[in-house]
Write a new protein. Sequence first.
Length: 313
Amino acid sequence: MEKPDHAAIVGAGVIGASWTALLLAAGTRVSVHDPAPGAEASVCAYVEAAWPVMEQLGLTANGNPEALNFHDTAAAAVAGAGFVQESVPERLPVKHALFAEIEPALADGAVVASSASGLTLSEMQGGWRDPSRLVLGHPFNPPHLVPLVEVMGNERTAPGVVERAEAIYRAIGKVTIRVCREVPGHVANRLQAALWSEAIHLSLRPGVASVEDVDKAIWAGPGLRWAAMGPHMIFNLAAGPGGLREFCERYRESNHRWWADLGTPRLDVETVEALAAGIAEESRGRNVAELAAKRDRLVLAMLKATAPIRSES
């Protein structure tokens, strides 16, 4: 299934606005609902700011930023849409109420994907009479720039719905992975959480390194390799012709020692304050908007530089 002619975005905060920009760039007509005051102006401003970035990535050749309309209700927004991306706040009562509203209004064959990062698919299915068309479609922020989407269905998902969602995402330039078993946080967030846990442990508890130097240890070190290949493949290459088996033989005891010494920090008041102080020092007076713009420029540069090589696979 190629990209739908008409998609709906329900919940248009940062994630929903980014999805809106990407779908518009792909040439899809987009209907949006968000009850927050000023949501329409906020989404339009986000699309305007994101468009030049997507142009540089070659995503806007068939796009039209004007193919956008807003609706007072979620039911009106989803009417006639072949694909719905839901990004409302991650509170089950909110999601269940939304699903109950939109289910009767959905077009035949429409696929509904939730951006949820912390809730599970089975939890969200509780808001449906028939959840067969609902899938997990969890992006990484910002969706118009970072390619990953984690897609999942389960035994209550109709045959072919997951595959249709994956095809839609690929048609708008996304890279999908299939989550085959339900675990809290899905896949990428768990990997990210494991790394951050030890980053906190090293920065604050033993006093091994500063917050800034721990960040530097990633972006100037293994982060460069991880942007090219995942950890299994990186370690497969690290021991030469012997591959991953040789790597495990060679570094088994070292890894066991390191794993045994990993920390288990908690985000208590003391830890949060210490992290915030470290980030304030690392930021050097730059505000969140300035730092986010720098992040996006770096990600854009990496995506542009690696696109020809990625296309080989």
